[in-house]
Design a protein around this ligand. Sequence first.
Ligand code: FES
Length: 104
Amino acid sequence: MKATWILPDGREVTHDVAEGTNLMQVAVANGIRGIIGECGGSLSCATCHVVVDPAWAERVGPPEGFEDDMLDMADAGRQATSRLSCQIRMRPDLDGIVVHVPES
Ligand code: FES
């Protein structure tokens, strides 16, 4: 399965993402600038913030509970389809997902 990150300068990068892997892990492993994943995915840093492309937002779904609170602390400012990418786990219906890396 694949995911695409659109960088602040408009460039697109696509990587393979195994089922069950979260998008933060793949972004960090591939050195995508702007995705830091400081807390390792334990929902306490908000440095993995992405804005889900509107075409995918419904399928990905909204943040819940603590993620919702953490998003308010995202450096780049929260947008309507913001999510913390450590909480987006790849599954078959997300194959091809597109997310935007916010300007930080
Ligand atoms: Fe820290 Fe996602 S990696 S909240």
